[in-house]
Design a protein around this ligand. Structure first.
Ligand code: GTP
Ligand code: MG
Length: 209
């Protein structure tokens, strides 16, 4: 009693069309998987509650952003006040890896922590149950690449077989909790009105990471 803590964190899941963002969330939150593909329109939400330790409850508000949204004007609004993100690619289609940095850059331009750092971001190499192509076939290279490109780390996941997802989420949550302890969570210096005007160009400098 007295020192029980509850946290609510907004986490983004972004990446190319059909990489499995919705499937990862459905699996993680509802223990459900379907082979049927229905593209997300705009954004979808899910809530995952974690009993982190006897004194800490963590609620993850998962924002499932449609792959087609990268070309839309709404991502700035969707990203607002997020404290962390997953960028997802499909190990069986290396073109989806080629687009990872476009998503990461879009994210970093539009949301930062209060100290100007990028929000912690983890790369998910999804559909690991399928044959792989590209850099993911050489894990050491991908580890180096991820480090160089500002990712906290990367995890192989399969929404189909439910592997890697909880590990990745726990890793990210641990990072968020550390950031919160050190007081560098997302700043509140923009309001929604100023976010939706303009031509979609970044109005802040790139963050340093
Ligand atoms: P958008 O909403 O269009 O951006 O796509 P998305 O990233 O949400 O992809 P979605 O979760 O809808 O999955 C796309 C397709 O990939 C579906 O047919 C899923 O069944 C399939 N899929 C997702 N994850 C996996 C996986 O881990 N393994 C396999 N084999 N298929 C998967
Ligand atoms: Mg989707």
């Amino acid at each position: 009693v007295g020192n029980k803590r509850e946290h609510l964190y907004k986490i983004l899941i972004i990446g190319e069309l059909g990489t499995g963002k919705t499937s990862i969330i459905k699996r993680y939150v509802h223990q459900f998987f379907s082979d049927h593909y229905r593209a997300t329109i705009g954004v979808d939400f899910a809530l995952k509650v974690l009993h982190w330790d006897p004194n800490t409850t963590v609620r993850l508000q998962l924002w499932d952003i449609a792959g087609q949204e990268r070309f839309g004007s709404m991502t700035r609004v969707y990203y607002k006040e997020a404290v962390a993100a997953f960028v997802v690619f499909d190990v069986s289609r290396s073109v989806t890896f080629d687009a990872v940095m476009k998503w990461k850059n879009d994210l970093d331009q539009k949301v930062q922590l209060a100290n100007g750092d990028c929000v912690p971001c983890v790369l998910l190499a999804n559909k690991s149950d399928l044959p792989k192509e590209g850099i993911v076939t050489t894990p050491d290279k991908l580890t180096e690449w991820a480090k160089q490109h500002g990712f906290m780390g990367w995890f192989e996941t399969s929404a189909k077989e439910y592997t890697g997802i909880e590990e990745a989420a726990n890793f990210l949550v641990a990072k968020i909790l550390t950031n919160e302890k050190s007081g560098i969570m997302t700043s509140e210096d923009e309001d929604l009105d100023t976010l939706v005007v303009g031509d979609g160009q970044p109005d802040r400098n790139w963050c340093s990471c």
